[in-house]
Design a protein around this ligand. Structure first.
Ligand SMILES: Nc1nc2c(ncn2[C@@H]2O[C@H](COP(=O)(O)OP(=O)(O)OP(=O)(O)O)[C@@H](O)[C@H]2O)c(=O)[nH]1
Ligand SMILES: [Mg+2]
Length: 307
């Protein structure tokens, strides 16, 4: 237990790992609210997303990052750069490894980069998705990983089921540097509302659309109006790269976009605790993946994508 009367502590904790490792699920579990979108597909998170949790006298600022993988396109390169940037700026790093996948080539590449990095913050290992494997597998994996890297601590968790999450949180709280809190006590995220709203719509699109399409679209909140009746009117644009994609996003008789809009609106009203009127428009923009403005809207640095 953290001593309630001790000095205050605060700092940044970067959650890193391969795409789909469960970083965003863990961030949401730690914060106790959904601030980062989650899907079963890889490369869901595109930028650094901060979620804030309190534990005893510590304020923990979790930094969710895009998955680390071998980037090919400009967007991929900007995402991977954002992830490593998040790690470099953090006081602590938590590396998530999927229990059932073990030490993949991707995990080995991440360990190599961690060994080579300039800043030497402690790195904790969180073996995630332990609900998917038997105990002996876990022990072997933990041993193998600890032989390859000098982790400050190892945790076995299930971000989804909540197993081990409290222990990890307690350890982090005690390992952060002493200092004043960085955010007001009741703040749970550091992301503009318009961006959270766009992310929610992108999550619903990613869940409904297949194959490459989710990677070739982006969502931006264009207008946000607080109405006198207490509701919010939100206008968003879905940018797609090709003409043919527009039809797919709309669906037969517009049924796909309608379902997406309903799901996003329901979640947004829950999140904002007021009625929401959501208007979605699909725009074809062949070059959006090469437009710097799209990157700044996503919270990414366009130049990081330079080959
Ligand atoms: N069985 C199981 N599934 C999990 C667990 N944690 C996360 N998942 C699932 O794993 C998938 C990926 O989770 P995310 O949190 O989006 O993963 P991520 O690391 O943020 O992925 P990217 O943003 O794409 O890098 C989702 O379908 C989650 O529901 C877990 O502890 N157990
Ligand atoms: Mg994520």
């Amino acid at each position: 237990m953290v001593e309630e009367s001790g000095p205050t502590r605060a700092g940044f904790v970067a959650l890193i790992g391969e795409p789909n490792a469960g970083k965003s699920t863990l961030l949401n579990a730690m914060v106790g609210a959904k601030v980062s979108i989650v899907t079963h597909k890889v490369q869901t998170t595109r930028a650094r997303i901060r979620g804030i949790a309190l534990e005893g006298t510590s304020q923990i600022v979790f930094v969710d990052t895009p998955g680390l993988f071998r980037p090919r396109r400009r967007l991929d390169r900007a995402m991977v750069a954002a992830a490593w940037g998040g790690a470099a700026d953090a006081d602590l790093i938590v590396l998530l490894v999927e229990a059932h996948r073990g030490i993949t080539g991707g995990v080995e590449a991440i360990l190599d980069s961690l060994r080579d990095r300039a800043s030497g913050q402690p790195v904790a290992l969180a073996i995630n998705k332990i609900d998917r494997v038997e105990a002996p597998v876990l022990l072997g994996l933990s041993k193998d990983l600890n032989e390859r890297f000098d982790f400050a601590e190892t945790f076995m968790i299930s971000a989804e089921k909540g197993y081990g999450v409290a222990d990890l949180k307690t350890w982090i709280a005690g390992a952060l540097p002493e200092g004043p809190w960085l955010y007001p006590e009741d703040q749970i995220a550091d992301l503009p509302m318009r961006m959270i709203a766009a992310e929610i719509t992108r999550e619903k699109l990613t869940l409904r659309l297949h194959q490459e399409l989710p990677y070739q679209l982006t969502v931006e909140t264009e207008a946000w109006e607080e109405r006198k009746d207490g509701s919010a009117k939100i206008d968003q644009v879905i940018f797609v790269a090709r003409d043919g994609h527009k039809g797919i996003v709309l669906g037969k008789k517009g049924e796909t976009i309608k379902a997406v809009s309903q799901a996003a609106r329901a979640e947004l009203s829950d999140f904002l605790e007021r009625p929401v009127h959501l208007f979605l428009q699909v725009k074809v923009r062949p070059g959006w993946l090469e437009e710097s403005e799209r990157y700044s809207e996503m919270g990414l640095d366009f130049r990081d994508g330079n080959a």
